[in-house]
Design a protein. Structure first.
Length: 169
C-alpha cells in the first residue's frame, strides 16, 4: 500500500520514515535520529522511540499511531509513575511514559550522572595513557643516554687510532 501526501512537509516525513523502517534495529529513534539510550518507550508493535519524541508527534499529527507501522495504541497503557526514591525516602510518583520509570526531572539527573561517569572514565583513561607515555619517554631517554655514551667511547677510540696512525707515518 503506497501512501502519498500533497503537502510537501508530510511527504518528506513519510519518505524519511519509509527509508528508515528498520531504524529501530540500529537502536536509533526514527523520529529524532538520536541513539536510544534512555527515556525510551517500546511499543507493542516492537518499535522503539524516545518517549518525548513520540509524545510530541501526537501533538503535531493528532493521532496515536506508531510512526513506522501506523499501528494504533493507547498511550495510557504505557503510563507509569516515577520510581525514583528521593532523599526523604519517598518515591517521586510523577507520571512518565518510558521504560525506565523515571520522570523528566529524574531522567535529566540520570543523564548528568552518566555524563559525569563518562568524563571520569575519560580522565582515568587519559591518566593511564599519560603515565604510559611518560614511561616510554623515560625508556627512550635512557636509551639515548646509553647510545650517547657509546658514541663518545667510539669517538675516543677513533681519536686514539688516529693518533697511533699519525705516529706511524
Amino acid at each position: 500500500m503506497n501512501i502519498t501526501f500533497e503537502n510537501k512537509e508530510y511527504a518528506n516525513i513519510l519518505s524519511n520514515l519509509m527509508k528508515h523502517q528498520n531504524v529501530d534495529k540500529n537502536n536509533i529513534c526514527a523520529i529524532c535520529r538520536d541513539p536510544l539510550l534512555i527515556d525510551t518507550i517500546d511499543l507493542h508493535c516492537k518499535h522503539r522511540y524516545h518517549s518525548n519524541c513520540l509524545l510530541s508527534s501526537f501533538i503535531k499529527y493528532e493521532s496515536k499511531k506508531c510512526p513506522l507501522c501506523n499501528e494504533h495504541f493507547l498511550i495510557d497503557s504505557y503510563k507509569t509513575t516515577c520510581q525514583k526514591v528521593m532523599k526523604n525516602k519517598k518515591i517521586c510518583g510523577k507520571k512518565c511514559y518510558n521504560n525506565e520509570g523515571l520522570c523528566n526531572t529524574h531522567i535529566r539527573t540520570y543523564l548528568k550522572e552518566l555524563q559525569r561517569e563518562k568524563q571520569k572514565e575519560i580522565k582515568n583513561k587519559n591518566k593511564k595513557e599519560k603515565a604510559s607515555l611518560k614511561r616510554q619517554i623515560k625508556a627512550r631517554e635512557k636509551k639515548v643516554l646509553k647510545l650517547t655514551k657509546e658514541l663518545e667511547n667510539i669517538q675516543l677510540e677513533m681519536i686514539s687510532l688516529n693518533n697511533k696512525l699519525s705516529l706511524l707515518e
